[in-house]
Design a binder for this molecule. Sequence first.
Ligand SMILES: NC(=O)c1ccc[n+]([C@@H]2O[C@H](COP(=O)([O-])OP(=O)(O)OC[C@H]3O[C@@H](n4cnc5c(N)ncnc54)[C@H](OP(=O)(O)O)[C@@H]3O)[C@@H](O)[C@H]2O)c1
Length: 157
Amino acid sequence: MINLIWAMDRNWLIGKGNILPWHYKKDLMYFKEKTANQAVLMGDMTYDSLKSYYKTKPLPFKEIYVASITDRTFEGATKITDIDTFLKETEKDIFVIGGRTIYKLSLPYADKLYITWIDKDHDGDVFFPKFDLTRFKLISEDKDDVLNFSIYEKVKP
Ligand SMILES: NC(=O)c1ccc[n+]([C@@H]2O[C@H](COP(=O)([O-])OP(=O)(O)OC[C@H]3O[C@@H](n4cnc5c(N)ncnc54)[C@H](OP(=O)(O)O)[C@@H]3O)[C@@H](O)[C@H]2O)c1
């Protein structure tokens, strides 16, 4: 099962430089709860961003896959150079945790989406790639002030 998890504002904004444009404690807690001890896939930019957030602490995931097409190696992680083959062939539950490039490449394989909708306009420069949300069915939502924790499942053809 391929899960994508992200937070975005009314304009589908997800980033500012290589950080989040906001600080919502409840969303960070939600992200941690959903991804703790899971296998995660992320791009090298998101890996660097998380590493600076966790500083010397290990990242709290069971397995870490980092997408990169350079020679770079990633401490404590497996490098993925071919995302399509990886997502097509894996039998694991994977959480794709960003960023924009890796979400875009992973969307065709997504079975489940965990979207935190933020009902506000923020400042930033990285947007979630446009895609057809009607291919997914809303299965749960939980509103908390400006946040709406929504879960979608792919509609079977
Ligand atoms: N709001 C949210 O929930 C959320 C979550 C996560 C991230 N973000 C935001 O997203 C932004 C980062 O997104 P980003 O797109 O710049 O970076 P990213 O997706 O984290 O990483 C992009 C990297 O993926 C690698 N890559 C590209 N194409 C590839 C391919 N076909 N196969 C394998 N690897 C490939 C490249 O690494 P190499 O150059 O090493 O080859 C590229 O630098 C930041 O602003 C961050 O704050 C937001």
